[in-house]
Design a protein around this ligand. Structure first.
Ligand code: PLP
Length: 425
């Protein structure tokens, strides 16, 4: 609460004295604070940790739910809001400066091009959305689906992966099916097989996660999409947990549609998502939200982002988060997540009182590890880790702990997790 008051006081003083300055709590952040070096050691990552306002002495291990915003993206977002709240009257809307006052009517080509470079797509194949859930709904509601069409999920979907397909079964008489995933999932072929066991000649859509929310399993999506393509099935991947956690190349994967929440692993501000639809399939998807550009046939991504008025500060923060990611560099960023994920899994595997539910096959695991500790429920373990060491992973269900690691985490923080769990034995 005190911290919040300080923040408000500083912000208010900033407005009075220096309208164009940053309004971050205590310090300002710049991309030039990120060292230009090839070093990839713990010292480098300590400097990166300092690019996050996250309180020192507390450890956030819950990126699977929401990624913390970097100081740089936060500054750009707050600065944008405050600056235009003050200078709004100077804007002549007709001259093209509308995006400084509101979002929702503009194509944001530059931001979509930057995202296109990350996921290997043309910007016209990408719509900016609020989150993954929008992506699922835009595709589900936009496809012409009919009574008897089969729609296939796994039994490990998030609500943002299953709900529209269940709704379509009720509304249109489609047939909703689920493939039963193995736990743990360590064999890509087994995952492939459980999915195609449920496929019939009537299957129209395969909608599966690229990374499973609960277990962090990295699915063999390339092989699944290739087989689906042979059978003429539309593939849509729920990549909510993916962009920023692992490399995503939608062309290499070969899916028809892909959606992600960039406020998770890309660390964009809450409300930053994308929907990709392959240019050869996008004409099969009607617009769900409509405004002026609802029928734009040149830029389908823009056609699918007809939201009406939205918050331009969020776009400024979203754009800044992409720049932050690019400044650190994708290889180094996703490499660090994998390194820390492996470090966590290797340590947990050595403990007799721990059971790992996630994949321990390195190609099927990245930054999320789900496990349980003998004698404790998930919520009890979460409480213990917080009380003893100020570590905050997230329990899922009653039994399991879902532990996410990201670039702002360190091996030392993971070691402290091991210490607490060892003491519980
Ligand atoms: C696999 C998966 N899909 C969809 C979602 C929904 O994401 P959002 O709430 O950002 O739309 C989540 C959120 O955790 C998720 O993990």
């Amino acid at each position: 609460m005190n911290q919040r008051r300080d923040f408000i006081r500083q912000s208010a003083m900033g407005v009075l004295a220096f309208p164009a300055l940053n309004y971050s709590p205590g310090r300002s952040y710049a991309l030039s604070d990120i060292p230009k070096t090839d070093d990839n050691n713990e010292d480098y990552w300590k400097i990166i940790r300092k690019q996050f306002p996250l309180k020192e002495g507390q450890t956030y291990f819950n990126n699977g739910t929401m990624g913390p915003t970097s100081g740089y993206a936060l500054d750009r977002m707050i600065h944008h809001l405050q600056h235009w709240a003050i200078h709004g009257a100077e804007v002549d809307y007709k001259d093209g400066s509308g995006p400084v006052l509101l979002s929702g009517y503009f194509p944001y080509e530059d931001l979509r091009k930057k995202i296109g470079e990350i996921i290997n797509a043309d910007f016209r194949e990408i719509a900016l959305t609020q989150n993954a859930t929008f992506g699922m709904n835009f595709v589900g509601n936009g496809l012409e689906l009919n009574k008897g069409d089969e729609l296939l999920n796994t039994n490990q979907e998030h609500g943002g992966g299953f709900a529209v397909w269940q709704m379509l079964a009720m509304r249109k008489g489609c047939v909703y099916k689920q493939a039963t995933m193995p736990v743990p999932a360590n064999d890509p072929q087994e995952v492939f097989d459980v999915i195609f066991k449920e496929v019939t000649k009537k299957t129209r859509v395969i909608a599966i996660p690229h990374i499973v929310s609960g277990y962090g399993t990295v699915m063999p999506v390339k092989e699944i999409c290739a087989e689906a393509k042979k059978r003429g099935i539309f593939t849509i991947l729920d990549g909510a947990q993916c962009v920023g956690q692992i490399k995503v190349d939608v062309k290499e994967i070969g899916c028809d549609a892909y959606y992600s929440s960039l406020h998770k692993w890309l660390l964009a501000p809450a409300g930053s998502g994308i929907l990709y639809i392959d240019k050869d399939r996008v004409s099969e998807v009607w617009s769900t939200l409509t405004s002026y550009n609802w029928d734009n046939q040149e830029d389908h991504g823009f056609r699918l982002m007809q939201y009406g008025t939205g918050n331009p500060g969020l776009i400024a923060g979203f754009d800044a988060a992409v720049d932050f990611f690019n400044t650190i560099g994708e290889d180094r960023w996703v490499g660090r997540i994998k390194e820390l994920g492996d470090y966590l899994r290797n340590g947990l595997q050595e403990m007799d009182n721990v059971k790992i539910h996630s994949s321990t096959n390195s190609v099927m695991a990245a930054g999320i590890t789900t496990y349980s500790v003998d004698g404790l429920t998930g919520p009890e373990l979460q409480k213990t880790l917080w009380e003893k060491e100020r570590l905050q992973p997230r329990s899922v269900g009653q039994e399991m702990m879902r532990h996410s690691v990201h670039i702002y985490n360190s091996k030392e923080e993971i070691d402290r997790t091991f210490k607490v769990i060892r003491e519980l034995a």
